[in-house]
Design a protein around this ligand. Structure first.
Ligand SMILES: NC(=O)c1ccc[n+]([C@@H]2O[C@H](COP(=O)([O-])OP(=O)(O)OC[C@H]3O[C@@H](n4cnc5c(N)ncnc54)[C@H](O)[C@@H]3O)[C@@H](O)[C@H]2O)c1
Length: 441
C-alpha cells in the first residue's frame, strides 16, 4: 500500500483533492497543480466554484502571484473546482483546509465545517488514501474528532487502511504563496508511515524544514504559536494604555525597548482580528483537563478584544473636547478588514468599533477599498464628518493627503488606531491627532 502511494507522490501522478478553497486551500491546490499533480478542489459554495473555474480568484486583497497562478492552472486543465465529494473515491491524497472557528460566546471549537467535510470524505474514502488536515484544530482533535468520524463513515481503520496526518498551515494573507513555500512545517502523522508520506508530498512545494512529529505535538505547536503572538500583542497593548496614562509615546518607548538584547516587543494597535489569532488561543486550551487553569491566555484575549472599545473611547473623548456629543456626531471609520491590503473582514476590530459608536448614537460611515459594500472615494465619504478613525493600515490610507482631507471634514479629529500617520505631520495639517498608545493630556 505504502510503496504504491510513495511512487505516485514521487512521480507527481497521485490524484490530489483539496477540501475547502479559502485563503489556505486555494493557494495550496494551485501550487500542487502547478508542479504537475492532477488536483481537484471541493468547496460547498457554488459561486466560489464558478469563479475559480473561470480562472479568477474569489478574493480581492493583494495576493502576489495567486491570480496568475490560478488562471494558468485552470487554463491548462491541471486544476478544477467542484462541489462533488464522489470525486474523493479516486483520490490518493486529500488535504482538508476548511474553517475552524470558535463559538462567539462559549469560545469552544465550532467544527461544523470540519465534521461536514470529514463525513462527506469518509463516505467516499478509498483504501490507501493519505488524508492531511491543514486546518488549525484544538490539541486532541485528530484523535477525538477526525479519526473517529473518518473511521465510522468509511468503515476503514486509521494507519491500517488509510494514512492520517495533521500538517497545519502557517500562512498570512498577502503572502500566501510565499509563506507556503518558505515556512517550516510540522508534519504530525498518526503513524511513522503517514508522516513519511506527507513529508515526501510537501517536499515538492516547501523549501523549508518539514519537522516530523506526532499529531498532538503538531496541534499544540500551531495553536501555541498563535497564542504566543496574541499574548505578545496584549503586552504591547497594555503598555500602550500605560503610556497614554502617563503621557508618553509607546511607539518611541517600544523602539528603544527593542534595542535591549533579546527583546522583541510587538506592535500595539486598535485590535486583533482574522481567522487565526483571535480564536487559536481558545483552541489551544479547549481540551485542557481539570489539572490546568488557563490564566494568561483569557487575559490576553480580553486585553486585545478591548482595543476597539478603547478606540471608541478615544473618539468619544476627542469629540467631547471639541464640544460635540457622540450622539450628534458623524464618524468615518477607515478600514473594515482585519488586515492591511486584505479583503478578509473575519473578526475585524472595526466591526466592534462601529457597533459601539452606533450604540452610542453616532452616525457611522465605513470605508474600505477591499470590501465591496464600503467602497468609494474616501475624500467624498468623509465630507462633513466630525471624526475620522483609522483602523486598518491599507496602502491607500497611507497615501491619503492629510491637507486635502482636512478641508473635507467638519471637525479635524483624527484617531489613528494603527500609527499610520506621524503626529507632527497630522498636527501640522491642522488635525487634532490621537493615536493608540500616545498620551495627549
Ligand atoms: N486564513 C489564514 O491566514 C490561515 C492561516 C493559517 C491557518 N489557517 C487555518 O486554515 C483553515 C482554513 O482557513 P481559511 O482562512 O482558508 O478559511 P476560509 O473560510 O477562507 O476557507 C474555508 C473554505 O472551506 C469551505 N468549506 C466549509 N465547509 C466545507 C465542507 N464541508 N466541504 C468543502 N468545503 C467547505 C468554505 O466554503 C470556505 O471556502 C482554518 O482552520 C484556519 O484556522 C488560516
Amino acid at each position: 500500500m505504502k510503496s504504491g502511494l510513495l511512487a505516485a507522490i514521487e512521480s507527481k501522478t497521485a490524484n490530489v483533492i483539496v477540501l475547502g478553497l479559502g485563503y489556505v486551500g486555494l493557494p495550496v491546490a494551485c501550487l500542487f497543480a502547478e508542479i504537475g499533480f492532477p488536483v481537484v478542489g471541493i468547496d460547498r459554495m457554488q459561486d466560489k466554484i464558478d469563479t475559480i473555474n473561470r480562472g479568477q480568484i474569489p478574493t480581492a486583497g493583494k495576493e502576489p502571484g495567486l491570480a496568475e497562478l490560478l488562471s494558468r492552472v485552470v487554463a491548462q486543465e491541471k486544476f478544477r473546482a467542484t462541489t462533488d465529494y464522489e470525486l474523493c473515491r479516486d483520490a490518493q491524497i486529500v488535504l482538508i483546509a476548511v474553517e475552524t472557528p470558535v463559538d462567539s460566546v462559549t469560545k469552544k471549537p465550532g467544527y461544523e465545517a470540519l465534521r461536514g467535510a470529514l463525513t462527506d470524505l469518509g463516505r467516499n474514502l478509498s483504501p490507501g488514501t493519505l488524508v492531511i488536515v491543514e486546518s488549525t484544530i484544538a490539541p486532541g482533535t485528530m484523535e477525538q474528532v477526525v479519526k473517529p468520524i473518518l473511521e465510522e463513515t468509511s468503515g476503514l481503520r486509521t494507519s491500517e487502511d488509510f494514512y492520517l496526518v495533521n500538517c497545519p498551515e502557517r500562512v498570512m494573507p498577502g503572502k500566501l504563496l510565499a509563506n507556503i513555500q518558505a515556512c517550516h512545517r510540522v508534519v504530525g502523522g498518526m503513524s511513522p508511515d503517514a508522516t513519511e508520506l506527507a513529508v515526501k508530498l510537501y517536499r515538492h512545494v516547501v523549501q523549508a524544514d518539514l519537522d516530523p512529529a506526532d499529531c498532538l505535538t503538531a496541534e499544540l505547536v500551531k495553536t501555541m504559536e498563535n497564542a504566543y503572538r496574541d499574548v505578545q500583542i496584549a503586552f504591547a497593548n497594555e503598555m500602550a494604555f500605560l503610556c497614554e496614562d502617563v503621557g508618553a509615546d509607546v511607539w518611541q518607548v517600544r523602539a528603544l525597548v527593542n534595542k535591549s538584547p533579546y527583546r522583541s516587543m510587538h506592535l500595539p494597535g486598535a485590535g486583533v482580528g482574522g481567522h487565526c489569532i483571535p480564536k487559536d488561543p481558545w483552541l489551544l486550551i479547549a481540551n485542557a483537563g481539570d489539572g490546568f487553569e488557563p490564566r494568561l491566555i483569557p487575559t490576553a484575549r480580553a486585553v486585545n478584544d478591548g482595543m476597539p472599545l478603547h478606540v471608541a473611547d478615544l473618539t468619544v473623548e476627542a469629540l467631547r473636547e471639541a464640544g460635540v456629543d457622540v450622539a450628534d456626531a458623524k464618524v468615518a471609520v477607515l478600514g473594515y478588514t482585519y488586515l492591511e491590503n486584505s479583503d478578509d473582514p473575519r473578526n475585524s476590530p472595526s466591526k466592534v468599533l462601529v457597533a459601539r459608536l452606533r450604540e452610542l448614537g453616532a452616525d457611522v460611515i465605513v470605508h474600505d477599498p477591499y470590501v465591496p459594500e464600503c467602497q468609494g472615494d474616501p475624500m467624498e465619504m468623509v465630507a462633513d464628518c466630525d471624526a475620522l478613525v483609522l483602523m486598518v493600515a491599507h496602502d491607500n490610507y497611507r497615501a491619503l493627503d492629510l491637507d486635502e482631507l482636512r478641508t473635507q471634514v467638519a471637525q479635524p479629529i483624527l484617531i489613528d488606531g494603527r500609527h499610520v500617520f506621524s503626529a507632527e505631520r497630522a498636527r501640522a495639517a491642522g488635525w487634532n491627532y490621537r493615536s493608540v498608545g500616545v498620551g495627549w493630556k
